[in-house]
Design a protein around this ligand. Structure first.
Ligand code: MN
Length: 474
């Protein structure tokens, strides 16, 4: 997965001085033990580090300042072992600029009725401390996550893991840089949006480049560079010549590889992690990028067609959260409307993300009806099956809206010998008719980012962190 930094989450336990040093020592020991257990049993995507026991406003403020300052820290998990007066948390919590998870848990699972006394009650009063701390976060109107349950419970582990992914999404969202080659496709509405607002709300940088800047980079690629990648491709994919003679076929494939190498160099040089193309703006290029885009998607670059920078940035964001597993740009293309077996065919004119491939991708060279360029090479495959969700981001004029529809994907069983693009098919939830209708009604776009590896909670937690209006169809 392309360019993501190592991240950790800090664990901070709250208390106060009222209980004396012995009790506080026990609180710290319990917290360390809890963190060790969470790391070994939780299967978290990122490590949790015990950071501090905090008992004063200054200590809390210092920890939160450090959370903000340290790039490797993606967020903070707090636990109230005892009662920690909420006013102590005001200065530090107000400063915190990273995701916060309040873990409402406790050290013991069962009440030891035979031995319980007031010392035990005073040491183990999370129920008490949780409410005092929760009040403050509610009053500060924080977008914090609250996870409730014993720390050895697997549901608690899943909730923390999901939140970690959304927190990573939130942090990495601030680093997303999209290069747009050309503007949006002429006359298309849903791909437009307010870039200033996207920078403020999501942290996205969206830069325009004339296609000539890319062409210049593409023209610098040498035949030797191309041959190396061509050899790799011959091993990774099946070359499907169809009606093309071998020389012509290979020439077209090598042209895509030239574009791929040029694109990668351009993106690397500018620190871009996502990009868009537009088939209406290809002056100086021989082909619309097809296989080139798909291979960059496989490396973790976000992408969307027709200048759709919102979806390209969203693609990169979701790829980061999903560690680039079965996640990518998708387009609602055509329906199957057989009663009882309704589904939507997802594809694009070339650029279907190979992280969805169930079958070994085939390289196909075929004419493209639009764009008026040479026959582009593209990877053709059938999509994986599984439970997933698809996400669209819309500019509603006064605000951004995030739409999510869950679905069941199936691997196609019918052959499609004349279809020169990859295909993914899915059945929207709760059923075809309702799913499609609600999607259209709320303005859901034809460009989406789909995933078979992120749960709805990850998306919703991220949406909460960036404070975006969300419509869920499930
Ligand atoms: Mn499109």
């Amino acid at each position: 997965m392309l360019k993501t930094e190592e991240k950790v989450f800090w664990f901070v336990v709250g208390s106060q001085h009222l209980y004396g040093p012995e009790t506080l020592e026990q609180v710290a020991d319990h917290a360390k033990e809890m963190v060790d257990t969470l790391n070994s049993e939780g299967s978290f995507p990122y490590p949790l580090e015990y950071k501090a026991l905090v008992t004063t406003a200054d200590e809390i403020k210092d920890v939160m300042k450090e959370v903000n300052y340290q790039d490797k820290v993606a967020g903070v998990v707090t636990w109230m072992h005892t009662f920690s007066p909420a006013k102590l948390w005001i200065p530090g919590t107000k400063l915190l600029q990273k995701p916060l998870l309040h873990l409402a848990t406790q050290y013991h699972k069962e009440i030891p009725w035979d031995s319980i006394d007031m010392d035990f009650m005073n040491l183990n009063q999370s129920a008490h401390g949780d409410r005092e701390y929760g009040f403050l976060n509610a009053r500060l109107r924080l977008n914090n996550k609250i996870v409730v349950g014993h720390y050895q419970d697997s549901e608690v582990h899943t909730e923390i893991s999901d939140w970690m992914l959304s927190a990573i999404g939130y942090i990495e969202s601030q680093n997303i840089k999209v290069a747009r080659f050309g503007d949006n496709m002429r006359n298309v509405g849903v791909t437009e949006g307010d870039k200033v607002e996207a920078a403020i709300q999501f942290g996205w940088t969206v830069d325009y480049y004339g296609i000539g800047d890319l062409v210049e980079e593409i023209n610098k690629v040498t035949d030797k560079d191309i041959q190396e990648t061509f050899d790799d491709c011959s091993e990774l994919y099946d070359m499907e010549y169809r009606d093309n003679d071998q020389d012509f076929f290979e020439e077209q494939v090598k042209e895509q590889i030239r574009i791929e190498i040029g694109l990668r160099r351009f993106l690397e040089r500018g620190g871009y992690t996502a990009f868009t193309t537009n088939f209406e703006d290809l002056h100086g290029m021989k082909q619309l990028p097809g296989m080139a885009v798909q291979r960059l998607n496989a490396e973790g670059y976000g992408f969307a067609g027709e200048g759709d920078w919102k979806t390209a940035a969203l693609d990169r964001l979701m790829k980061v959260m999903a560690n680039n597993v079965s996640t990518g740009f998708m387009e609602d293309y055509t329906y199957n409307m057989t009663k009882g077996n309704e589904y939507i065919v997802q594809s694009h004119m070339l650029e279907v993300d190979p992280t969805f491939a169930e079958t070994k991708p085939r390289v196909v060279v075929n004419p493209l009806g639009i764009g008026d360029k040479e026959d582009p090479a593209r990877l053709v495959f059938d999509g994986k099956a599984g439970e997933g969700l698809t996400v669209s981001m819309l500019d509603m004029g006064s605000h951004y809206r995030l739409m999510v529809n869950t679905f069941t994907a199936e691997t196609p069983t019918e052959e499609a010998p004349k279809l020169p693009v990859a295909r993914v098919i899915w059945k929207p939830n709760p059923d075809f008719k309702t799913g499609v209708k609600k999607w259209i009604q709320a303005g859901g776009g034809h460009h989406t980012v789909a995933t078979l590896s992120l749960s709805l909670d990850v998306i919703l937690d991220w949406a909460k962190l960036v404070d975006i209006e969300t419509v869920v169809i499930d």
